[in-house]
Design a protein around this ligand. Structure first.
Ligand SMILES: [Zn+2]
Length: 606
């Protein structure tokens, strides 16, 4: 940290120091060259792309302010994430200490092995000065273990020899046109491994933190195909993307991603990455590539083409839209479709991925209670705050939105005699909304399909998006020469029909417990539900024979439909006895198979 006077041409300047890596504390100084009188400051309560109130301000452990002479200024806290500095107009600086121990793509994390942060966790927004250009200065920590660290971010670097670098330890100097840009470039600092590739003249970088033994050349080659296909779909990358960075945190067990305007923050498991001796695509690697593909597709679909409700984002409270089935669902549809169309995965692998989503939607009866539009609107309190009853209560706007996109793609192809498809709709949205920075009004997509593509799909939209009627998947896939088959499963862990089914099953997910098999989600209408078992119950025996999480499902699958069994289970510390007549296992595991008539199918989809 320095006390030398900061000289910068930026009206808003942020300086970041690693104050104490072992205690996970950042020091962040905000300097305003021309603060308003009684300057208001606030920290976002949520981060775009993750629709839940996170209250990042709870990690601010201290806040103080000084005027240009170095005298302390009084600060009044107005709400959980808003402050007022009692200052006169002019130069002020505000220091905060921020606790950073959230190892997620949404927050900030700091220890002796690395530093990761989103601006939403560290940077106070100066109200009324949010549109001013701002600078970010990151300072190199003195400790030994940071010697091999380097900074990865898509944030534009600033270089101007006229500017006083302030301090020999200045490590990274960046600038952004406004606050919303500043918080859309996460930063990773660590001993990184990297690979680079160019797509259409735009540099792309993958920067990985965490131990791994990955074949980065293979990863770069596959990602390049995916990125290229997407750029070809839209015709161009958004103009703000001067370079694109995949910031990857490699963990023993991790999964997740968050999109940004020219980068993405990702978590993956070590086994998701390709290795030099990998002879064929693994499901784990396909999962990682489709995650990258998903976040990259967001570069257009949500970062530029947005719901009107997100223009601008109101980060101090929930922003409601019924359209997440478009922005997450269509993105999910393209995540694996792009991998298939670009030749990274084959037809069988693609159909397998789509089958899993069909299974996911159909296994829960929540799809019969909540529409895709309702699921989008309630993302804040329901999708993002799921409990064990979620399969019976809600439908995912990702999964159902993906299936809506699938049906829509096929229906557009059918109605236009294969002249148009969903790709053309995405191009239209990019050219008329993304490029022009116009927000998509609620229900605008339906109107666009009617007005611009001359197709009457109103009834489809009403049923698929705003009602809980079943989607016309069977019909649509048949048009495309694909057969949809349904199977039973012996275990709700299985999302595919690869494993043999069984006449009866538990219809619950389980996890291991020292006493037996602990029930996680109990699906309505299945054996566990009809027996009177609930989430959290620990099943210890079936017909007097001990069971655990590993054996309970195979034990039940030995019985026949209508057999009567006795189940012993603990609820809290009380033993309960349940008798149940076994219902038939539901056929809710999907398998999609390309039919022999694929070539002559009415709709060219595969
Ligand atoms: Zn997404």
């Amino acid at each position: 940290m320095t006390n030398k006077k900061l000289v910068t041409e930026f009206p808003v300047c942020y300086q970041v120091w690693i104050e104490d890596a072992a205690a996970h504390i950042f020091r962040v100084r905000l300097t305003l060259s021309d603060a308003k009188k009684y300057q208001l400051l606030q920290l976002p309560d949520w981060i775009p792309g993750s629709y839940m109130i996170r209250d990042f301000a709870r990690n601010i452990v201290s806040i103080s302010a000084k005027d240009s002479s170095g005298s302390d200024l009084e600060i009044k806290k107005l709400s959980k994430s808003k402050w007022q500095v009692l200052n006169t107009p002019g130069l002020i600086s505000v220091d905060i200490l921020v606790y950073a121990w959230d190892l997620s793509v949404r927050g900030a994390h700091l220890d002796q092995t690395h530093t990761f942060f989103n601006g939403t966790s560290l940077f106070l927004e100066p109200v009324e000065l949010s549109d001013s250009p701002c600078a970010l200065m990151i300072y190199r920590p003195a400790f030994e273990y940071a010697k091999k660290w380097s900074i990865a971010t898509s944030m534009p670097e600033y270089s101007d020899s006229k500017v006083n670098p302030i301090d020999d330890n200045l490590w990274g100097y960046y600038c952004c046109e406004d606050y919303s840009t500043l918080i859309d470039h996460p930063v990773e600092i660590a001993e990184l491994t990297t690979c680079e590739f160019d797509v259409k003249g735009v540099p792309h970088q993958v920067a990985l933190y965490g131990k791994h033994n990955a074949d980065l050349d293979r990863l770069a080659a596959d990602l390049k195909k995916i990125c290229e296909w997407q750029i070809n779909l839209f015709g161009e990358l958004p103009g703000c993307v001067k370079k694109y960075v995949f910031l990857v945190t490699v963990l023993g067990n991790g999964y997740g991603g968050l999109e940004h305007r020219s980068s993405t923050a990702l978590h993956c498991s070590r086994q998701d990455l390709p290795t030099a001796n990998m002879t064929k695509m693994t499901d784990d690697y396909i999962g990682f590539l489709t995650l990258c593909s998903h976040e990259y597709f967001h570069t257009w679909n949500i970062k530029q083409i947005k719901p009107e409700a997100f223009m601008p984002y109101g980060l101090q409270s929930e922003s409601y839209t019924q359209q997440l089935w478009i922005f997450e669902g269509f993105t999910s549809y393209y995540e694996d479709r792009v991998a298939y169309m670009s030749g990274v995965i084959d037809q069988k692998q693609y159909l397998q991925l789509v089958s899993e989503i069909v299974t996911r939607v159909h296994r829960g009866s929540g799809r019969l209670l909540q529409s895709a539009a309702e699921s989008s609107f309630d993302a804040w309190t329901r999708f993002y705050k799921q409990d064990q009853n979620a399969p019976n209560a809600i439908v995912s706007y990702y999964a159902k939105g993906k299936l809506i996109a699938l049906c829509l793609d096929i229906l557009i192809r059918q109605a236009s005699n294969n002249k148009h498809c969903l790709d053309h709709v995405m191009q239209y949205l990019w050219n008329n909304y993304g490029v022009k920075q116009i927000g998509l009004k609620e229900q605008a997509l339906e109107q666009i399909i009617t007005d611009e593509f001359g197709l009457d799909l109103k009834e489809f939209f009403n049923d698929a998006v705003y009602s809980t009627k079943e989607l016309p998947l069977d019909n649509c896939l048949n048009l495309a020469g694909v057969n949809l088959e349904w199977y039973t499963t012996s275990s709700y862990k299985n999302m595919t029909a690869k494993e043999p089914g069984s006449d009866v099953n538990l219809a619950a997910t389980v996890k291991s417990n020292p006493l037996g098999a602990e029930l996680v989600s109990v699906y309505h209408g299945g054996t566990a539900h009809l027996a009177g078992l609930s989430t959290g119950d620990i099943v210890i025996a079936i017909d007097g024979i001990k069971v655990d999480a590993a054996s309970i499902e195979s034990c039940i699958s030995q019985y026949k439909v209508a057999d009567e069994i006795t189940i012993h289970a603990f609820r809290r510390d009380e033993l309960m006895v349940h008798n149940v007549k076994l219902p038939p296992a539901e056929k809710n595991t999907c398998q999609l198979i390309a039919s022999d008539s694929l070539e002559s199918a009415q709709v060219k989809w595969l």
